[in-house]
Design a protein around this ligand. Structure first.
Ligand code: AMP
Ligand code: ZN
Length: 436
């Protein structure tokens, strides 16, 4: 198989040179982190007063971890390392409780991000000759704009379709001979199930590749999608705190995702002890940004579980590969690509005066898509009232939830005492989505 590169000198850099580069960039990141309100205190407490306190990559361990809660605490400007005049864009994370996390970018930061995405695209064998239909959300969610700018940088013909409206998506794919799409795996499965019903067949399309990410999926789902559409499906991993997509991506060999290690120092730690686990052992991914000027993040705990593959890839990229994301070390749920914490749901429903003391969250599959059902007990006097009153209450709860979690759940109202009672730790979330 032919290997194409976007920035060959960086992608195929030898390990020793990469380590040297990482150390140089880490020192720069620490220096700029020290300009932020948050790290000024946090790093000084850990005895790091300047970049000179970092003498080798091993010294990374002296730096305390940064968590999502830290980012929230620092909202809105606690992690900003440059003058606001130099910031050209900001993104906030999808579906987080109350206060979101915010990441700022300078022009150079966005340029670097686009290069990482361009590298990822080229690593899958795509090029400027391809027509790229981007079916991820544009806006605060980083999936849409992230791939968009990377694809333009490669010179692809970009169709900024965004998600939804399946018939129109297929029409676009047909009319413009789309060859590459970016989409959540569950939406692609959904499209697969609607193809014939909407009057299309595979022969209408010129599709060759799909970049699937934003939510966990299995190797079997990949195989199913590849067969259904007769295409190659590549796994794409990213998180808004590390820009978004373009953190790790599969190359043509599809044997793990290359993490761009000249931009991120990647560690796998034991989520309980914080100890570094090295390669081949599953643990939590921790990232340090190396080239982000506006919002440097040091040892950010992603809560995503994965392991690092040992050995080099046949494509000659030296950047190490991570496995699929196998789970989370917290209780975050991913519902049709959107992150939701159960605590967010609780916060919203418990603010509604009519809501009683018990609730449960159910996750099910409806076709290929996820269905979120929130069952809440309400005080019995409500059940004596008018049906329309109950409907209004239900709509109010749905509206409040939608405003907080950016998803529209199904809400069921139950009489007091009808939902399961837990004497120990409550099992609030019942996830009945079968792993496909
Ligand atoms: P966000 O910050 O909204 O971009 O969401 C990032 C989260 O989405 C990650 O921390 C992962 O939990 C999840 N995610 C993104 N890409 C993948 C992928 N390819 N496989 C599994 N989970 C993913
Ligand atoms: Zn490779």
């Amino acid at each position: 198989m032919e290997t194409n590169f976007w920035q060959k000198e960086l992608e195929a850099i030898d390990r020793e040179a990469l380590n040297k580069l990482q150390l140089k960039l880490l020192k720069e990141s620490v220096q700029s982190a020290l300009k932020t309100q948050f790290y000024k205190t946090r790093l000084q407490k850990a005895g790091i007063k300047s970049a000179d306190d970092i003498k080798s990559l091993k010294d990374l361990e002296k730096i305390p971890f940064t968590s999502k809660d830290d980012l929230r605490e620092g909202y809105p400007y606690g992690f900003l390392a440059v003058d606001l005049d130099d910031v050209v864009r900001l993104h906030t994370s999808s579906g987080t409780t109350g206060i979101p996390t915010v990441i700022y970018h300078t022009k150079t930061d966005l340029d670097n991000w686009s290069d990482l995405v361009a590298r990822s695209i080229v690593a899958t064998g795509a090029s400027k000759k391809d027509v790229f239909q981007n079916m991820m959300s544009y806006g605060m969610f980083t999936g849409g704009l992230g791939l968009h700018y990377g694809a333009e940088r490669v010179g692809m013909t970009v169709i900024p379709a965004g998600p939804g409206n399946t018939k129109r998506q297929m029409q676009l794919m047909k009319d413009f001979r789309t060859t590459v799409i970016h989409i959540t795996p569950s939406y692609l499965l959904h499209i697969g199930s609607k193809l014939e019903e909407l009057g299309f067949s595979l022969k209408d399309f010129a599709l060759k590749k799909a970049y699937c990410g934003a939510e966990p999926y299995s190797e079997n789902t990949r195989k199913k999608l590849e067969k259904l559409f007769a295409i190659d499906v590549y796994n794409s991993y990213g998180l808004s705190e590390m820009n978004g997509p373009g953190v790790a991506f599969e190359c043509v060999y599809k044997n793990g995702m290359h993490t761009w290690e000249d931009n991120y120092i990647m560690e796998i730690i034991d989520p309980k002890t914080g100890k570094n686990l090295g390669e081949e052992k599953e643990g939590e991914l921790v990232f340090t940004t190396l080239r982000r000027h506006a919002t440097p993040l040091l040892r950010y705990r992603s809560r995503d579980l994965a392991f690092i593959y040992k050995g080099l890839c046949k494509c000659k990229r030296t950047h190490r590969r991570i496995s699929r994301i196998t789970g989370r070390s917290d209780d975050m749920l991913i519902v049709n690509g959107v992150n939701v914490f159960p605590s967010q749901i609780e916060e919203v429903i418990m603010r509604v005066p009519e809501v009683g003391t018990n609730y449960q969250v159910y996750l099910e599959k409806e076709g290929a898509l996820d269905k979120l059902i929130v069952k809440v007990e309400i005080y019995s006097k409500m059940f004596k009232g008018e049906i329309t009153e109950l409907d209004r209450l239900k709509l109010r709860i749905i509206d409040n939830l939608r405003a907080s979690i950016v998803l529209t759940p199904i809400v069921e109202l139950h009489e007091p005492g009808s939902l399961p009672v837990f004497e120990g730790k409550a099992k609030r979330v019942v996830d009945q989505r079968i792993k496909i």
